[in-house]
Ligand binder design. Structure first.
Ligand SMILES: [Zn+2]
Length: 193
């Protein structure tokens, strides 16, 4: 197979936001867009909105614990109970964005989104703005319940490792803290061996 032609075909089919409205990070459209962006070696600049704040930028990294093909951990005809874990019903999306600026001063925003398919359940979103790639790393760990030590969950680590492939500042932080950031990239075949 000719790799060059393959890349061209990929580029021609590349989805764009193509909308005049800034894309809201909590939307399903954003999740689709961000996931597809990870397939490319560069990132497309667009207008985004998070918690009512609009900005122009790129999705450096995206990770998600959404697992729609997994069997539900509960009766699928009733919503998953409060506090119960089911990655087909409740999940986290993490996006690491770089905000465009005229003077090339870096500004990153790390957005963590708690999502749910349960009717009436809130979609939670938190955003950390930082000019420093180290600040991006510091935004990744999540404290455990009942005082368990903070860990970097899969979506957060995946987003960070994607971001490091396209952002020099984040790549340097990854290099210096490689062992602190879990690597969940699939290896070997699909069965994991
Ligand atoms: Zn479920």
């Amino acid at each position: 197979m000719d790799v060059y032609n393959d890349d061209e075909a990929l580029e021609a089919n590349r989805p764009t936001v193509g909308d005049t409205e800034p894309l809201d990070l909590l939307s399903d459209e954003f999740a689709r867009f961000a996931k597809e962006e990870m397939e490319y070696e560069d990132r497309e600049e667009d207008d985004f909105n998070v918690k009512g704040q609009s900005f122009t930028g790129v999705v450096l990294g995206f990770g998600s614990s959404f697992d729609p093909d997994r069997a539900h951990s509960h009766n699928p005809f009733v919503p998953v109970a409060q506090g119960e874990r089911c990655n087909a019903c409740r999940w986290a999306d993490v996006a690491i964005m770089r905000v465009a600026s005229d003077d090339n001063v870096p500004l990153y925003v790390v957005v963590t989104m708690g999502k749910s398919k349960n009717p009436g359940e809130d979609q939670r979103v938190s955003a950390t703005w930082t000019p420093d790639p180290m600040g991006v790393l510091h935004a990744l760990p999540v404290s455990g319940r009942n005082g368990a030590p903070a860990k970097i969950p899969q979506p957060n680590a995946t987003a960070f490792r994607h971001a490091a492939t396209v952002d020099k500042g984040i790549a340097r932080v990854l290099e210096d803290h490689e062992e602190a950031i879990p690597d969940y990239a699939p290896r070997g075949n699909a069965l994991g061996f």
